[in-house]
Design a protein around this ligand. Structure first.
Ligand SMILES: Nc1nc2c(c(=O)[nH]1)N(C=O)[C@@H](CNc1ccc(C(=O)N[C@@H](CCC(=O)O)C(=O)O)cc1)CN2
Ligand SMILES: Nc1ncnc2c1ncn2[C@@H]1O[C@H](COP(=O)(O)OP(=O)(O)OP(=O)(O)O)[C@@H](O)[C@H]1O
Length: 192
């Protein structure tokens, strides 16, 4: 099977698995995952790029609240055209959002563009080597090297444990995550 077909299949399987987590189970898993993510993120410094959950992604709202409470600057991505990197704009809980591409809420164009040192990344599927697939646009794979040309960047994948797969075929442009937080654990991949 061609690698892209295999990836498509893994993508659909992981999306189906995460959509099965509902109601109280989803709430409880999200609270546990937020605890794991925060316990790792508090040892980082700099602006944290989060995301606005869409489809059945695990939502980072509790992490945003807790980081904001400790005085950390936060940012959200704006969705670019295909082939371009993400841009991040300054944002804090309660700030107004506008509707961007794919109907994902994003900061208004007036919000300051920033270059995060920390990224919370929402994989659709991930493996223990830190490889991830998203929705197939390659946005994070383009963005992370660009930010790393400016300064060190720590990337934390954030997902439900059921989105883990044994092995994701990797391509040369794929940038592995430094760690992944789920409701069960923090998976450490690199020494960053
Ligand atoms: N919550 C969240 N925000 C995010 C991301 C993300 O993964 N999650 N992104 C991370 O990059 C960017 C948005 N990336 C997206 C990329 C593709 C599609 C999408 O709907 N793609 C179609 C396929 C289109 C095609 O094949 O041409 C699809 O999946 O149906 C949506 C968002 C920025 N913001
Ligand atoms: N750094 C890059 N430079 C050029 N093309 C890239 C780069 N990163 C990814 N691509 C291209 O983008 C497409 C999607 O890549 P991939 O399958 O890795 O996406 P994804 O990781 O699922 O998406 P996303 O990063 O948006 O969540 C592929 O055709 C790939 O060749």
């Amino acid at each position: 099977m061609a690698s892209t077909d295999h990836k498509t299949q893994l993508r659909h399987k992981a999306m189906a698995a995460r959509s099965e987590i509902r109601g109280h189970q989803r709430q409880a898993a999200t609270a546990r995952a937020a605890h794991h993510a925060f316990s790792r993120l508090k040892y980082t410094s700099g602006i944290v790029g989060l995301y606005q959950a869409f489809r059945d992604e695990i939502h980072p709202d509790e992490i945003a609240e807790r980081l904001h409470h400790t005085g950390r600057r936060l940012a959200l991505p704006t969705t670019p055209r295909y082939g371009h990197p993400l841009t991040f704009r300054s944002w804090a809980p309660g700030d107004p959002l506008v509707v961007g591409r794919h109907n994902i809420p994003e900061p208004a164009p007036e919000a300051e563009e920033v270059h995060p040192q920390v990224l919370l990344v929402p994989p659709v599927a991930f493996d223990r080597r830190g490889y991830r697939i998203g929705y197939g646009a390659g946005f994070y794979d383009r963005t992370i090297p660009q930010l790393r040309a400016m300064h060190p960047v720590f990337t934390l994948g954030y997902a439900f444990a059921c989105q883990e797969v044994a092995f994701l075929p990797s391509e040369h442009h794929d940038v592995p995550l430094d760690a992944i937080a789920t409701e069960n654990e923090i998976i450490t991949v690199t020494g960053r």
